[in-house]
Ligand binder design. Sequence first.
Ligand code: NAP
Length: 559
Amino acid sequence: MSSSDPATRPEPDAGRPYDAVVVGAGFGGLRMLHELRGLGLRTLVVDEAEDVGGTWHWNRYPGCRTDSESWYYCYSFSPELEKEWQWSERFPAQAEVADYLRFVADRLDMRRDIRFGTRVDAAEFDDDANVWRLRTDAGDEITATYYVAAQGILSAPYLPDFPGIDTFDGEVLFTPRWPHDRDLDFAGKRVAIVGTGATGVQLVPVVSRTADHTTVFQRTATYVVPSRNHVLEDVQRIELDRDRDAMWKRTELHPMALPYPPSAGRLGVDLSDEERRRALDAGWERGTFRFMFEMFDDMMTDPEINKVVADFVRDKIRSIVTDPETAELLCPDDHGVGSKRPPLGQHYYEAYNRDNVDLVSVKKTPIQEITPRGIRVGDQEYEVDVIIFATGFDAVTGGFTRVDVRGRSGASLAQRWADGPETVLAMAVDDFPNFFMVLGPQGPYAILTVVIEHTAQWIGQAIAAAREAGTDRIEARPDAVSDWNQEVLDAVAPTMAVRGSESWLFGANIPGKARVVQQYFGGFHTWLEKIREESAAGFPHFTLGAKTGAASDPARRAS
Ligand code: NAP
């Protein structure tokens, strides 16, 4: 049965509130549905797309694949699912991840609780009725006691306002809204790629393989580490299966939720130049994020050590890219390693050795306009047939604030976060009772599938705690929000990341957006400990069962 078959689509809420509504049917939303079903809650999931997948539904540009390894880029709540699903590669391509999420949805018969093709535009908390009222683009209202926003951190695409974009005679493509209805063939075409973040880095080698000519427009060069992707052999799968339980346990101890040793176990400052070089060579051969995060424990705190790593990558770029001018343009010179979210590449730098690939730096001279024939930079016009924009997202907060969410005071989440997001442990906000977020702002900078798993469990526990206390109302306390905000600020202070970062991690890629740390850099393991303490103690930083204004009424607190 197809996802858009009316028989699979839940009827609009005919007046009776759902126990819970979840917005988003990606990794987070599906996991949340499973959790809420487990609590016996009548739950509806709503998604704008026509199928499950979330980010893996929309981002189907050529070369799109995970840069987390497949064996932990998946759910851990069901040993059966883990056994049934076999990944084909270390870093699976978009289609395989989308298939995986379809497999989970079908295997757990989730589609009957999902309404596809419906965008939620607004949500308002009705204090008297203790329900959330969600307005959809179809003009109807969905009501539910609990509202879980599961849009994720990268769901609001960002396309800069380039003058003349509508005048272009060729085809304009935007990676997070890649066409679903046709295969694109770049053979014989001159293609422009704008943007060299993780998306652009995946596009360049693949598009340039078939395009007649590819011109890459780069504003900021990044440190791209080789992914060393490979197919998974049966023998590796057997090993991975055997290790599965221990692997998930290891993720709980790691600052980034990786199933690897939590620390490099060495300080760059203690090593000789030769020892550092040996470590860097070995790390480069192994590739993956481990190159960055397991190199030296002082890489993010000691600028000298960070520079050692940065110089090493710059040398690698110069040794791979044969044209010295192009190599220099590809060498990052304005930020340290790790202060932007690092991309993983598969033959990225090598692609610039092709005769049909050019790199244009738009750092000093920005893109001035899009013309009918191409892209103008300064007084030079680059004529192309296709422009691909890989210009990123209004990350972390954008997916949540795109919905006009209003709490019990009537103030919106967007207003509330105008100077930067504030949450308790990335999952709740005061003034927004019964509202939870999966991958909300101020959450750990870590492997998202693992964060989702623990977030869903915790939200389930919070709702269960309210119910056990004989109520269907739970709200974060304002002091808890300020406390977590302070912890988030304190955690980022000692790291390199805080220094001059122009990254989406700090909201810096969106004109006019508050420049403030959007994620928690104190480590996934620390966050996990804190959320576990909170639930084990009966949610002391929340008010259970109180109506408006009761957050300051201690007699009505559960603890
Ligand atoms: P991004 O990292 O924000 O990169 C956007 C690119 O567009 C940057 O190179 C940016 O330059 C450029 N850009 C933006 N405005 C521009 C302008 N006006 N003129 C010229 N260039 C402009 O976005 P992304 O590449 O889509 O990646 C976002 C995040 O998505 C990643 O960090 C990652 O977390 C996730 N992602 C993951 C995967 C994966 O798992 N494999 C793949 C893709 C993305 P500046 O750097 O100068 O701003």
